[in-house]
Design a protein around this ligand. Sequence first.
Ligand SMILES: [Zn+2]
Length: 486
Amino acid sequence: MSGSKGKEYGSLAIRDAMLINGRGTPPYGPVDIVVKDGKIADIINVDSISLARYKNKRGEGDHIIDAKGMYVTPGFVDMHVHINIADEKCGPKGTEYAYNLCLAHGVTTVRTCGFGTDDKLLEHKRLSDANKITAPRLVVLGSWPAEVHTVDEARDAARKLSDLGVDGIKIIPRPHVTPEILEAMTDEARALELPAGVAIHIAQNSELDALDVTFAGMDKICIEHTYGIPQAAMPGTQNFPPEYNYSNEVDRFRWDGYIWHEADVYEEEVMDVLDIMIENGTVWDPTMVVYEGHRDYQRVKSLPWHEKYTVRQLWEAYSPSPGRHATHFFDWKTSDEIAWKEKYQIWMKYVKYFFDNGGTLVAGSDTAFIYALFGFALIRELELYQEAGIHPIDVIQIATTNAHATLGDEERALGVRKGAPADLAIIDGNPLDNFKVMYGTGVMRYSPDRKSVTHGGGVRWTVKGGVVFDCAELLRDVEEYVNENR
Ligand SMILES: [Zn+2]
């Protein structure tokens, strides 16, 4: 990878923008946002009342961005991405491709969730921080080694990852991981002060459930997906058929379609589990988007951006094959989709319960699995949060400042304010009215005279630490790369 497409200016003024600051408060504006040395130097109210009353001077800078009619939010955080380097899942320049797509959707930080290329990702992290490559800020979770079998080995493995320089740890506990091993690991992660803590995907064939996890990790652990939460509320196991085999992914995902139906019989117990997670400060990253193919396979396969922006190698990796993880859509039935449609209703009910009772949610996409594409999938996750009944203002907080707080980044957790690092998305449209305006493919709009249809929307610029990325340029590069690889 060579060079960064991000432009650095001595000072920058973003003028006439509506501001959503990411702290759950309503939008206001227009404002002029002045950026210097990577930080927000000033936010000046330039609405007509403020101009008349206070005679505010307009924001000035070496470079001016006219954001009239646009909305500014904090840069978004995708809390669950896989940057596959070793296997070239997205082709020979797959890493640049993934980073371009993230930045093009206003994503200024990604938390990488393993596996296997931690040292390379740490190198990318350093280069990104120095604006030497085009990439979002990387928070690198070290991949937990599957061969850890004892408490001592767990402490040792955590120290080794910390020595490597990772920000946190990602674990998918195998059947041999006991609560004691998890406790040793989380205890060590806390002692080593890994800022991003631990993210756990509680495998369904693990003996751990959400209660083991929340008491081990407390406020330094984040539960990925949904596994382990319904399981913790049920008195016994799920009602698997006798021939069930976890290693057969059709079985695994088919029967997972019924886990929330079965747990919902014990509604009080589910709420108790969620209450305990909330009390312990455990974070939940449901990654609803990556499972959407189970409720509507045709939808995810025919998303309008695949043609232009999904590179051939990735398309092949998505395609059903018995030898590839998460491509289990052979014999995928009407009844499976119906089960999953109902499952989403129940799952979202509990996501909303968790939110309503003060739980910390974050947004992750789990790209690039099951037709979920970098950048695009995070915007879809925002839509799914809204579908769960959460107000878009709160959804933006979930996907920005909640994430930074979870990653131990206190500066960015304060949102868009004077003195904070300038991580911003400048959006052509109002995401509170319609999250779809953020998709790189844009939206259709009536012309002002309503006689024709125009095309608009998209994140126009992404600002990362004061460095300005032109999203249209990033998307053109992606398109070119996709065409080269057809
Ligand atoms: Zn994942």
